[in-house]
Design a binder for this molecule. Structure first.
Ligand code: GLP
Length: 287
């Protein structure tokens, strides 16, 4: 099962970003915020504006603790100022392999509980990779085709693991990889054990969008909070581009926003410049 070859889908970088002449979009924009709640509000505003302009927008959904403030801020915003989200589509980054149907920690269940229900999205429009072992041979290819058929992901929300993983692309994942089965590192299994009754219950395998899949999204928004993420963030934003640090794949992408708190930003060498650029950002320019 692990190690099966994914179908090769060539990388196609987004071409739609309009960059005024003379403006550089080669570096990720790093936004350092006071806390998770401010981060959630900032990204939720951007997603809301996206949906207002494109009612069938395609959201790239991440699990884990990090993106929760975004979903909660968006749910609050939609409750006080409703917007038609019935046509919004979504693709989760990953799923565990072999979780019993309906297990509360399957990513299908998490996305339903934390995103679909609070935001009032249409359940049929929200896709999660199929982690059923009997479907595993075709799960990756079918997921890739579904994303392409939807026209690609407009905004991809990302957390980052302590190993530097995006989705479940553990160190060593190819930058061209597409949705496929991966084996989780023991570090990641230990980190995710907090969601399970026992560490042994954390699945060994997952189906995850590849780094190549993630890089095809039109806008990447990577969030991280806490000192435990500082090394992974520094490697992703400023480190050498290497498959040993999957997060460093973001340096290939022309439109990346990194939203982090002070603790997660603490190992960035160019922090003063990021603060300067954010403080002087033109008001007409969103994230
Ligand atoms: C999980 C998910 C990732 C997530 C990461 C960090 O295992 N597969 O998508 O970004 O680990 O999780 P957290 O946000 O809980 O720190």
């Amino acid at each position: 099962m692990p190690g099966q070859c994914a179908e090769f889908i060539p990388l196609e970088f987004p071409k739609r970003r309009l960059v005024p002449p003379g403006w550089s979009c080669l570096l990720a924009e790093v936004v350092v915020v006071e806390n998770e709640s401010v981060a959630g509000e900032l990204v939720a505003r951007s997603i809301r504006a996206l949906i207002a302009g494109k009612p069938d927008a395609v959201l790239g959904l991440a699990t884990g603790s990090t993106p929760l403030p975004i979903y909660r801020a968006l749910a609050r915003s939609l409750a006080t100022d409703p917007l038609d989200v019935s046509r919004v589509r979504g693709f989760a980054l990953d799923e565990y392999v072999g979780m019993p149907a309906g297990h509360p920690e399957s990513y299908r269940a998490v996305i339903t509980r934390e995103v679909v229900e609070p935001l009032g999205l249409t359940a049929q429009n929200i896709h999660v990779p199929n982690g059923d072992p009997s479907a595993i041979q075709t799960a990756g290819r079918e997921y890739e085709h579904a994303i392409v058929e939807a026209g690609g992901v407009d905004i991809q929300i990302l957390g980052i693991g302590r190993t530097g993983h995006l989705g479940f692309n553990e160190p060593g994942s190819s930058f061209s990889s597409t949705t496929r089965v991966k084996t989780l590192t023991e570090e990641t299994r230990a980190d995710n054990a907090r969601f399970f009754d026992s560490p042994d219950d954390v699945p060994m395998h997952c189906v995850t969008q590849g780094l190549g899949t993630v890089l095809r999204a039109r806008h990447l928004v990577l969030l991280a909070f806490g000192a435990g993420k500082a090394t992974a963030i520094a490697a992703a934003v400023e480190g050498p581009i290497t498959a040993s640090q999957p997060g460093s794949a973001i340096q290939f992408h022309p439109h990346v926003t990194v939203v982090i708190d002070e603790a997660a930003a603490s190992k960035l060498a160019n922090l003063a410049y990021y603060r300067h650029a954010w403080a002087n950002k033109p008001t007409w320019q969103g994230i």
